[in-house]
Design a protein around this ligand. Structure first.
Ligand code: ADP
Length: 459
């Protein structure tokens, strides 16, 4: 049984069969212990009533009277002490009755054939049309001793009910099976649809056509699947864009290098031009070197989250050293730099965090206006330390702000084209800050400046 549909149908019908068998067994126990004695008792009273009526009304025509009784729904067997037998009403299917039983009744005892009827016949014993399944009482009529055996004529009394209950049973079984077949289809269909969608997804088709029409667990599963396929599609787009960006960013310096080395092969170029080309080639090599270093760093940040080598260090000093390192570039651009960097200790990865400050400070210098200003401040805010880099640079548009942490994203090229960059710096910054459990808040206004606030939790 490989299909879920078939399994479901077989299991449900199996459960229906087992539960009806159990219900039959339980109702049988109830019949044997409760209904059977009651039935026996009821019919004993009726048999005794018939016998005492005959005894009290000596003038009654016995045959006529018993025929009447049988016509209202009883099967009657009469035997006298000489062994003469008489039957009234519908005949018994099994007419055998031990001689001892007849004698036992003729002696004045009551025969409880209904109560003693074997339990192995289950509840169906109630319907057994046998002479043994009767109540026998002794009576006298016109000086003669008789044994009177009676049982209700089930066929006469319950025939219509028989048909009714049989029809109810047949219709309910048929309807249940039909409903199980349909309801199972309803239950299993979304799973089959999901399976098809999963197979399509595995083949790279992200546009899954699935409708969420249910609000149960299967609806939730379909909904989660749709979300997952959307995320996978986005990740696939990012991957493709990433590869095309890398290819472009590697290809363009390489073709520049190739172009300028070809020019250098020409012996007729002057010394000045030669050194200009060499400096361009060196610039492109440096760019490639930065790009590959950044890519390697991103790859290792992506690969494992335990990359952090944490230790406690003086954050203020670290940023001061960095400022010192950039002093020349700051002076060259005529930028005014101010800072407030108190001695604050932080537990984190000093080398990776240095990369964060390095990127933020170099961006603040790169995207600053000539004679602009930069302000760096460090504050202990209790649960976290806050590091702010504020510049009066070119700033960014609202739409650009949302994308600056994306890999290879560089804002409006018209404004930044004069500035060297790979578009990887801030995505590295974002990843490192995230690995430290921190966050970055960016405020920026076009042509006014930008503020990057990094918050790193102390613990
Ligand atoms: P890049 O190598 O281009 O500097 P980053 O990832 O560091 O790459 O920055 C992404 C983009 O965000 C930059 O290209 C620039 O457009 C914008 N940006 C980053 N820092 C600043 C800033 N301080 N002022 C204005 N724009 C900035």
């Amino acid at each position: 049984m490989r299909s879920l549909y078939l399994k479901f149908v077989v299991i449900t019908i199996g459960i229906m069969l087992v539960s009806s068998m159990l219900a039959f067994l339980v109702s049988n126990v109830y019949y044997q212990h409760k209904i059977k004695p009651l039935n026996d008792q009821k019919n004993t009273v009726i048999a005794q009533d018939i016998a005492s009526f005959i005894e009290e009304n000596r003038g009654v025509d016995l045959q006529h009277y018993l025929e009447n009784i049988s016509s209202i729904g009883y099967q009657i067997y009469l035997v006298d002490s000489s062994g003469n037998e008489y039957h009234f009403g519908a005949p018994f299917r099994d007419k055998s009755l031990p001689v001892l039983t007849k004698e036992y009744v003729l002696k004045g005892n009551i025969y409880h054939g209904m109560l003693q009827f074997p339990t192995s016949t289950f509840v169906t014993g109630f319907f057994a049309n046998e002479l043994k399944n009767t109540i026998g009482v002794q009576m006298e009529y016109k000086g003669q001793n008789y044994g009177l055996f009676i049982r209700p004529d089930i066929n006469l009394l319950f025939n219509e009910m028989h048909y009714l209950f049989s029809w109810i049973l047949i219709i309910s079984i048929t309807l249940s099976i039909v409903m199980v077949l349909f309801s199972t289809k309803y239950l299993v269909k979304p799973i089959s649809n999901l399976t098809k969608a999963t197979q399509a997804l595995a083949m790279g088709q992200f546009n899954v056509d699935l409708k969420v029409t249910r609000h149960d667990e299967l609806g939730e599963l379909t909904d989660s699947f749709l979300k997952m396929s959307k995320q996978l599609e986005q990740m696939d787009d990012v991957r493709k864009e990433f590869i095309s960006n890398i290819s472009h960013d590697i290809q363009s310096p390489l073709s520049n290098i190739k172009g300028y080395t070809n020019l250098l092969e020409n012996d007729s170029i002057c010394h000045e031009e030669r050194s200009k080309y060499i400096s361009i080639i060196n610039g492109e090599i440096a760019r490639l070197s930065i790009l590959t270093k950044q890519l390697l760093l991103l790859a290792s940040l992506d690969r494992n989250e335990d990359i952090l080598e944490k230790k406690t260090f003086n954050l203020g000093n670290q940023i001061k050293e960095l400022v010192h390192h950039y002093q020349w570039a700051i002076n060259e651009k005529g930028i005014m730099l101010s800072y407030s960097l108190p001695d604050i200790e932080l537990n984190g990865d000093p080398s990776l965090l240095n990369t964060v400050w390095d990127n933020l400070l170099s961006n603040a210098i790169k995207y600053n206006k000539p004679s602009g200003s930069i302000d760096i401040s460090l504050e202990d805010k209790g649960k976290f330390v806050s590091i702010t880099f504020e510049d009066t640079g070119i700033g960014m548009k609202e739409t650009e702000l949302n994308r600056i942490f994306d890999r290879f994203y560089r804002a409006d090229l018209a404004r930044t084209r004069t500035v060297e960059g790979t578009g990887l710096g801030l995505s590295i910054v974002g990843t490192i800050v995230k690995l430290h459990g921190g966050q970055i808040i960016v405020n920026s206004k076009e042509a006014i400046g930008s503020t990057f606030i990094v918050e790193i939790p102390v613990r």
